[in-house]
Write a protein of this length. Sequence first.
Length: 335
Amino acid sequence: MAKLPTEMTVIEITEPGGPEVLRPARRLLPEPALGEVLIEVTAAGVNRPDTMQRQGLYPPPPGASDLPGLEVSGHVAANGPGARHHAPGAAVCALTHGGAYAEYCVAPETQTLPVPAGLPVADAAGLPETCFTVWTNAFERARLRAGERLLVHGGSSGIGTTAIQIASALGVRVFATAGSPAKCAACEELGAERAINYRDEDFVAVVKELTGGEGVDVVLDMVGGSYLQRNLAALRPEGRLAQIAVQEASKSQIDLFALMRKRLSIVGSTLRPQSVESKARIAAALEEQVWPLVESGLVRPVIDTRLPLEEAAAAHARMEAGRHIGKILLERNAG
């Protein structure tokens, strides 16, 4: 392989603030540590935690890169000590601890997966964060199974479009909420049996009507706040609520008697603080259970926008405007 450069272009957060604080800079290449791989970046996915980190609301954990970016695709440039699963030059995508907004990025080998056959390398940057989140919360923690019913909030988001496709491919009846006719149409094209426009429809009433008054088995929610009690109302007895974000609010009141009467469960997790071992287990499950669905074409990352790495500020502005459907990618040599 060609000799690696000593410096690279990165996107730094110069201070907490709006998208304009994201600016290109030059840094030394990171060196892969024990069990890590160095990836020459083709693309990085943009996610809500990136925008929160930029605002100073979601600081990176100790030892993680201060650069934003939690998912990446590209080619293995070098292996650190003990890393030997992916040969140099192999096309991979990875869940990172941070640092994906750069020309080179390190990631644990156990969180690095081969790019599924038939998928463009750049598009694979839209897989890790969404697939890890959906799989561990909906299918592991909430125990979603074939034949059950799932309600996905934010159905047109990166998480939502992934959840709809994976669940539909695995035999789950899927309903979704979204905020416009175009977004609802996109959800139904991806496999949702019915998409509910939350701006002018009551999702609890619609779900109850569609299920003969029973409700759904699992709700995958990223809103929180006022949605909590309504989510519980939308669940059937023995139903499970999987909380994966709190875009409206992290606190809400709950009717505990209603929860007990219907024997409901509330689970949830954030991905970044989990151990390398925990993420390795999720990665192995994805390669076994989800990667074949991607290779068969049943699941595909939905790409809304591709922007050059240097236009990270525009990518954040688009995400925060809420007009996107699917993933926003930062690509080297895009444009």
